[in-house]
Design a protein around this ligand. Structure first.
Ligand SMILES: [Zn+2]
Length: 174
């Protein structure tokens, strides 16, 4: 899978859950690949789609960030991005390992996709469109209010928050 598609898919899925997750999800969406690269430059040759591509590792990380500790939800966003990466790679012919004991790689939906082929771009397009639609539909119909984005200037104008509160929050977009 191309990085462009990893970033596009993880970014739009994160936008549906919480736009604040988007940057870290995008970073995480390419992590399984760039971690191989870091490992290799650090002198430990990491084979492609092995240790950094184990689903169980990323699920464990996500569970840890959800249940034990996280910083502003960044950890879980990163892990969600990496899980998206795994799911996308699992659609390709080569497949990816599920657990630390996997002696073979798993493919989903027949693993018919070829890296760099048309298929992955079409898939990304569909996911991005669906997520865009979801974000659009979750808005309250009368106000156009997107629940994720607290619209501070609007609240101020409507007199719901006072001036001090508005000044304190005006640069918070999420
Ligand atoms: Zn990969």
């Amino acid at each position: 899978m191309r990085w462009f598609n990893h970033v596009a898919v993880a970014g739009s899925i994160a936008a549906v859950i919480d736009p604040g997750m988007v940057p870290l999800a995008m970073l995480g969406s390419t992590a399984p690949d760039w971690m191989e690269w870091i490992g290799s430059t650090a002198g430990r040759k990491v084979k492609h789609r092995t240790v950094t591509h184990v689903l169980l590792t990323w699920l464990t990380a996500a569970a840890f960030f959800l249940l034990v500790w996280d910083f502003r939800g960044w950890g879980v966003a990163f892990a969600v991005g990496a899980i998206c990466h795994w799911l996308q790679d699992s659609l390709t012919v080569t497949g990816v390992p599920v657990s630390w004991w996997s002696d073979r790689r798993t493919t989903l939906l027949g693993g018919r996709m070829r890296t760099g082929g048309m298929g992955e771009y079409i898939l990304s397009g569909v996911v991005v469109l669906a997520c865009g639609l979801a974000v659009f539909m979750f808005r309250a119909p009368d106000t156009g209010f997107v629940p994720f984005f607290r619209n501070w200037p609007e609240l101020y104008r409507e007199g719901i928050v006072d001036g001090a509160e508005w000044r304190a929050h005006r640069f918070e977009w999420f």
